[in-house]
Design a binder for this molecule. Structure first.
Ligand SMILES: Cc1ncc(COP(=O)(O)O)c(C=O)c1O
Length: 362
């Protein structure tokens, strides 16, 4: 069965009888230098509180987020990861259909299936159009009806593409004017240096608009889990009535409240990423010029290998060396010839390139 998500590190450890900490994982897009010290400290400090139920109102972390984003904390829905935040919003919206712009993160359709909501797919990008990246024009051609919920993933997974607001604001407003719901999944937005020019938070409050972000990638806490949605106060109130009150545990709340105060960590991250992305562009051109590489704009990128058979064989050989890559065959429109790769530390990125160079000449 093809993996529908990256980060299959536990499966790798079981299969190779190794420890999960020995893996070098390029298949999930997690910050290689996190979590920041303040987050470790906050978790440590909060440990004795696990003898109590978590704060079901998520008050502290919502206050921190409200200040950070300049939005009313009453508009913030916290989740056990961005996926739970999305699930909470879709449960309250109850759309007629969930419209997925493919290829897309698999959980939009999975949540819809859990709620018995039909899924409509709209193709933005395929292997044939690989070099152009995902097309907003293709997304604009989607027939959107009142009551649909459009899931717009931005920056886009798996391409890593992001578009300034001027490129898509009209489209999102058209969807809203047509009576649709719009869920903008900005789970990778915090990696963008000039996020203010890209984020849908600038569109302001609308009862059918939700902007979702994740702490799990940028602060490297996928195992602890925290994400949130910014919605209208009314939707947030209804979510509170319909959800599991304790799904966001005490340690996750403490970690997130500390994480979203880490301005210096975010500044350093964006600085490091700009440098490493430029270095990787040159390193890839030199090491494997025959592979199509699309750099994207955040902390991951894609490459297209000469064939699917070669891509699968190489991924297997890499896994034997403890290196995981994300084969994209489970994304609608793409095959396993396309890989998605996280940007890790310079040493780790070089280790991947060295391994690939050696395998490519075998
Ligand atoms: C686009 C996108 N949104 C959301 C998520 C999940 O985020 P979380 O771990 O916060 O649930 C992922 C994870 O890969 C993702 O790629």
């Amino acid at each position: 069965m093809p993996a529908t998500h990256g980060g299959q590190v536990h499966e790798w450890a079981r299969m190779h009888s190794r420890d999960v900490n020995e893996v070098l994982d390029f298949s999930a897009n997690i910050h290689p230098f996190g979590p920041p010290d303040g987050v470790w400290q906050a978790i440590h400090t909060a440990l004795p509180q696990i003898r109590h139920y978590p704060d079901a109102s998520h008050r502290r972390v919502r206050e921190v987020l409200g200040r950070r984003l300049s939005v009313d904390p009453e508009r913030i829905v916290c989740g056990n990861g961005a996926v739970e935040a999305m699930e909470c919003v879709l449960r309250v919206w109850r759309p007629r259909r969930v419209v997925v712009l493919e290829p897309a993160f698999g959980e939009y359709a999975a949540i819809a299936r859990r709620f018995g909501i039909p899924v409509a797919s709209v193709t933005m990008w395929t292997e044939q159009t690989y070099r152009h990246g995902p097309s907003l024009h293709a997304a604009a051609a989607a027939p959107i009806r009142p009551g649909d919920a459009v899931c717009f993933n931005h920056p886009h997974n798996p391409s890593g593409f992001a578009w300034p607001r001027s490129a898509w604001e009209g489209l999102v407003r058209t969807w809203l004017d047509a009576g649709a719901f719009v869920l903008v999944d900005e789970s990778f937005m915090d990696f963008l240096a000039d996020e203010a020019e890209y984020t849908a938070l600038a569109l302001g409050e609308h009862p059918r608009l939700a902007v979702v972000r994740s702490a799990t990638k940028i602060f490297a806490i996928p195992g602890l889990r925290f994400g949130y949605a910014v919605v209208s106060p009314d939707v947030a109130r209804r979510v509170a009535e319909e959800r599991d009150p304790w799904s966001v545990n005490t340690l996750a709340q403490a970690a997130a409240a500390a994480a979203y105060l880490e301005d210096e960590f975010l500044r350093e991250t964006r600085h490091w990423l700009a440098q490493e992305r430029a270095r990787l562009d040159a390193a890839w051109r030199e090491a494997l010029p025959a592979w199509d590489r699309l750099p994207g704009q955040v902390n991951f990128y894609t490459v297209r290998l000469p064939s699917q058979a070669m891509a699968r064989a190489m991924a297997r050989r890499l896994a034997e060396q403890g290196i995981l890559v994300r084969l994209c065959g489970s994304f609608t429109g793409l095959s396993d010839a396309v890989w998605r790769l996280a940007i890790r530390s310079p040493e780790e990125n070089d280790r991947l390139l060295d391994a690939l160079r050696r395998l490519a000449v075998e």
